[in-house]
Design a protein around this ligand. Structure first.
Ligand code: ZN
Length: 1022
């Protein structure tokens, strides 16, 4: 350790008597000033509080002159009034209500503090934002906000740069700080309580400079539901210190760590509330506090590749602020402060990225937490964490005692340094804010595109409306063409697969010939009146462009560890069209601005008491089935025509519902219904409102949380059961028709075994000690898994006619335990795929699972998982992949060899011509296999390949695809009969983070047709 004992001793003395002195022991420090931290000697300190700060900080160099004292106030209470001790005291994590109570007491006591409720969580808890600034600033908040609004939308200034410069010089920026979105990263709330106090009370020139020049906005707890549960678990641990304690299985109601991956889809309340607060305050920065890396990693700068849609001005701002942070904290003597690091800045899914995609500055800290504990712990670090590198010249120490207070010191010091820097450079940053907003508007005519067009004649208006609602949540302006219009579109679009192409294409050549892209480059396309236009000449064009465009992550990118999903192209994920238009004449199309909630057009046309609805895989079709439970729904097993309209296979024929009820439901859900007096003559089967269970493990519930969220949003009812409940229920079939087992981590063995059964039970249950666990799912002991009885119960369930759905790792579970004979699963090694969208093709369009689903659907693939299927038990395909190759011998590659000295063979000795078996096919059944077919699966029990991956050259839709030869053309959705029931397996995850609405239908169809999945099936002859 470089810091000598003498200096430490010196500082100790200095700290107690003269808290203003720097902890680095220098005696030649300049006097405190607006840019030099240090207390105002004229302001008294809170002696007792200050003493505790020193006591709870484990080493003096974990302090800074910004936090080594607490200024005293006669009128404003310190956090102690609520906490009973200081912020960051050992063994105390406050609940949200305590944090809020303190913030509200600050508000009551200080004219410099105001608390706003910014919305509620899924479980009804409040979210708040606390504004702190000088009285003068607080008194002109509205005026200031009006100025910021002008800078945020240069159209309101007629792009008058001089006026913008004047406003930038006279307006205070808003710096928004958010804490503890990740519940086990638990330190931020106390740090932010104390921070609010300091900014409101401290008379030091450094802090006064902050207060006078900018508005600090604080949401102390982002994941409020998870916070209260985390405190429950921590308190339980404190009460029973000798027992092992459960990890925080549920954070929010739906997802855990992924709550910080929702800034694209905006499906969670916390994202929506923070986004609205950020945009409504016209803030310049969103700074999110996390805790996992020692001691302070400012990952704002991050590493490449940078997001390709944000303004380059932002990347410079990241560097300015980030490196200033490192420099100043290093100057203050705090070890382990660094920037850059391993985090790539590609995905816009992180909460903080709301700022980046809305012309502001996204920031993120990782400080060092103790994993959700407020205890002071001995911590040892790995060599990779403590090594000195170019971007970490003063690395963390190999072994230290670490306290919550240390963490709070780092968080507050880092934030105060940032706020001070921002206050000093506010004019530059506001000028940049204006420039970025302006360039976002000019984008339509500079780099383009000019707009995205969502055609009024999209065959999936429901999916289109769902996508537009995301745009609305992102505060993107949407307009509608008042008349038909024609614009130039790229020629290469035509006939190509997917929307890249300007419409789904059908070219399924396996020849491998490359498309000719050098032909005529453009053509024109007419769009009907009512088409939606998302113009890029608006302030928030960048978020729209980032979500609607395609992503390409080069397989040879220097960044070999993508931090998260590499592709997300929303129109592909939603299976709806959004055409990227570079032709600026689109900006001259007469339009009306869209206000209010967008719903697809719906309602009844025609008359009669039989209702027809075309199958287009829109999600609202399933909602309707459950909404009209008493009605008789039939599905057509073949396409048909009625009233001059063509209906796809799977279309609904509905009886037994009153016209007015159907009309109201159709309007609400955006479904076009044709009434008729006579039903079409077509083979049908009933579509029942199946009884659904979503099953979870007690190991991880996050990924299935996205499924629950989708089902709740679409009002599709389900029961929520754990693998433990399945293990106890020998008659699951009596309760459920379909059991969905969404992915949840762990392998087949751990799903069965659960956690290790040694030591004590670990309850996840509401109790007087743990009142916030919630009743969503409870158990006396999270350790037991599905168990062998559970496996048997699931098998019985399927054999009795139930449907089990397995996805990714749970598909592998089903395969491992023999539920899906003939199927195996493969995950390529290395980074072949990292959260990408991949192209698929329909194999069996008569399967009800793909009713209404368009060919060439894009699916979300986590790691390139795929299946292999064959006719024999144990899995594996009969046929070989690739073309047959002749052996070395005489002749050309196509000739037969000849054995010398033997007559040429007669035909009867020759094999029949070899059949080419495609990678998705089961392979032929030979006479040899039929001789004693012990392991040959009978035709009606063989896997039915519903969907496969596309050819390799068409496989990548969006993101990273490295190779893909062992993914291309292989099965992705497989339906396996098992006696009277079915096991339906997905290699993709069809319900993911609110951006795969286009593949929900695969699950919903499985549910609605659970007892008719064999419809349209052609059995093998032998
Ligand atoms: Zn985190």
């Amino acid at each position: 350790m470089k810091l000598s004992a003498a200096i430490a001793l010196l500082s100790l003395v200095a700290l107690i008597s003269l808290p203003a002195q720097s902890t680095n022991g220098s005696s030649t420090m300049a006097a405190p000033s607006a840019d030099r931290p240090g207390r105002d000697p004229k302001q008294p300190i809170d002696e007792e509080y200050t003493k505790k700060i020193l006591e709870y900080t484990t080493e003096k160099f974990f302090l800074s002159p910004l936090v080594d004292y607490l200024p005293a106030s006669r009128t404003v209470p310190t956090p102690k009034v609520v906490l009973g001790d200081i912020a960051g005291a050992p063994n105390k994590l406050p609940y949200s209500k305590e944090v809020y109570e303190y913030m509200r007491r600050l508000d009551a006591a200080s004219p410099r503090v105001r608390v706003y409720t910014i919305g509620q969580t899924e479980e009804g808890r409040d979210m708040i934002a606390v504004a702190v600034a000088s009285e003068a600033l607080m008194n002109r908040l509205d005026e200031n906000k009006a100025n910021l609004a002008k800078l945020a939308d240069p159209r309101t200034l007629n792009f008058n740069d001089a006026e913008a410069a004047r406003l930038a010089a006279t307006t205070a920026p808003v710096y928004y700080i958010t804490g503890t979105i990740h519940s086990p990263e638990a330190g931020a709330p106390t740090a932010l309580m104390e921070l609010a106090y300091r900014i409101a009370v401290d008379e030091s020139p450094y802090v006064k400079h902050i207060r006078d020049n900018l508005i600090t906005l604080i949401t102390p707890i982002v994941e409020v539901d998870g916070r209260d549960r985390q405190v429950d678990i921590f308190n339980w641990h404190m009460k029973y210190p000798d027992r092992t304690w459960p990890v925080l299985i549920y954070w929010g109601k739906y997802v855990a760590h992924d709550n910080n991956r929702d800034a694209m889809g905006v499906t969670l309340k916390l994202t929506e509330n923070v986004l609205n607060t950020y945009v409504d305050w016209k803030a310049q920065v969103l700074h999110d506090l996390h805790e996992s890396v020692p001691y302070l990693y400012d990952n704002t700068i991050g590493d490449g590749p940078y997001n390709a849609w944000v303004d380059p001005l932002l990347t410079n701002e990241w560097h300015m602020i980030g490196w200033n942070n490192v420099q100043e904290m290093t100057r203050l003597g705090m070890p382990g402060v660094f920037a850059f690091g391993a985090f790539d800045t590609w995905s816009p899914g992180y909460l903080m990225f709301i700022a980046a995609t809305h012309n502001g500055i996204s920031r993120l800290y990782e400080t060092f937490g103790n994993g959700g504990s407020a205890e002071t712990l001995e911590r040892t670090l790995s060599e990779s964490q403590t090594s000195r590198t170019w971007y970490r010249q003063n690395p963390p120490l190999p072994r230290v005692k670490w306290s919550l207070r240390n963490n709070n010191n780092y968080e507050q010091t880092g934030v105060l340094v940032s706020l001070n820097y921002f206050a000093t450079n506010k004019r530059l940053f506001l000028q940049n804010f204006y420039e970025k907003s302006k360039r976002s508007i000019l984008k339509a005519k500079t780099e383009g595109p000019a707009a995205y067009v969502l055609p009024a004649n999209d065959p999936r208006p429901g999916a289109q409306a769902e996508l537009l609602k995301v745009m609305q949540k992102q505060r993107v302006e949407i307009s509608r063409a008042s008349a038909p219009f024609t614009v130039t579109v790229p020629r290469r679009a035509v006939g190509q697969t997917g929307n890249r192409a300007g419409g789904p294409g059908q070219n399924d050549s396996t020849s491998g010939a490359r498309r000719d892209t050098t032909a005529t480059r453009s053509t024109t396309r007419e769009f009907p009146a009512g088409s939606y236009i998302i113009r890029m000449d608006q302030p928030y064009s960048r978020i729209a462009d980032a979500l609607l465009d395609y992503q390409y992550w080069a397989p040879n990118d220097p960044q070999t560890n993508p931090y998260d999903d590499t592709g997300w192209t929303f129109p592909e994920g939603f299976a709806t069209q959004a055409l990227r238009i570079t032709d600026t004449t689109v900006l001259k199309v007469p339009v009306q601005t869209v206000t209010g909630t967008i719903v697809a057009p719906g309602g009844i046309t025609g008359s009669g008491d039989i209702f027809l609805i075309n199958a287009n895989a829109d999600n609202a079709l399933t909602t309707l089935r459950y909404k009209l439970r008493q009605a008789d729904f039939q599905a057509a097993e073949e396409p048909f025509e009625s009233g001059g309209q063509r209906y796809a296979r799977g279309s609904f024929i509905i009886r037994g519902v009153a016209n007015n009820i159907m009309d109201a439901a159709a309007k609400e859900l955006g479904l076009k219904v044709a009434a008729t007096g006579s039903a079409p003559s077509v083979k049908t089967h009933p579509v029942r409102a199946a009884r659904i269970a979503i099953m979870h493990t007690w190991a991880s519930t996050q990924t299935e949380g996205w499924w629950r969220l989708a089902f709740d949003n679409l009002q599709i009812p389900f029961e929520y059961i754990s693998t433990q409940e399945a293990s106890r229920d020998a008659n699951l079939r009596a309760k459920y028709d379909v059991i969905l087992f969404p992915p949840g981590g762990g392998n087949a063995q751990s799903i069965v075994q659960g956690m290790a059964m040694w030591r004590n039970p670990m309850p996840w249950k509401n109790s007087p000690d743990t009142p916030n666990i919630s009743t969503l799912a409870q158990t006396d002991d999270i350790r037991p898994g599905l168990g062998w009885t559970g496996v048997a119960n699931l098998e019985t369930f399927v054999k009795q006619g139930g449907v089990l759905v397995g996805v990714e790792n749970t598909a592998n579970f089903a395969i491992t335990f023999g539920f899906a004979q003939g199927v195996t699963m493969t995950t390529p090694t290395g980074n072949a795929v990292v959260g990408s969208l991949l192209r698929t093709r329909l194999v069996d369009d008569a399967s009800p699972i793909v009713y209404g689903v368009k060919d060439s659907l894009a699916v979300y693939s986590s790691s390139g998982e795929s299946f292999s299927a064959g006719t024999s038990r144990g899995g594996g395909r009969g046929g070989g992949g690739g073309p047959a190759q002749r052996a070395t011998g005489r002749g050309t590659p196509d000739d037969a060899d000849a054995v010398q000295g033997r007559p040429a063979l007669e035909d009867r000795f020759m094999l029949p011509p070899r059949q080419t078996v495609q990678p998705w096919q089961l392979g032929p059944v030979t006479d040899d296999m039929l001789r004693n077919p012990t392991n040959l699966i009978p035709p009606e029990q063989r896997p039915r390949i519903v969907m496969r991956f596309s050819e390799q050259r068409d496989l990548l839709v969006s993101g990273l695809l490295n190779g893909g030869g062992n993914i291309a053309q292989r099965p992705v959705v497989v339906d396996v009969p098992l006696e009277r029931g079915h096991v339906v397996l997905f290699a993709n995850n069809p319900v993911w983070r609110g951006y795969t609405h286009g593949t929900y239908a695969l699950v919903f169809n499985t549910i609605m047709h659970f007892d008719n999945l064999n419809a349209g099936r052609k059995l093998d002859e032998k």
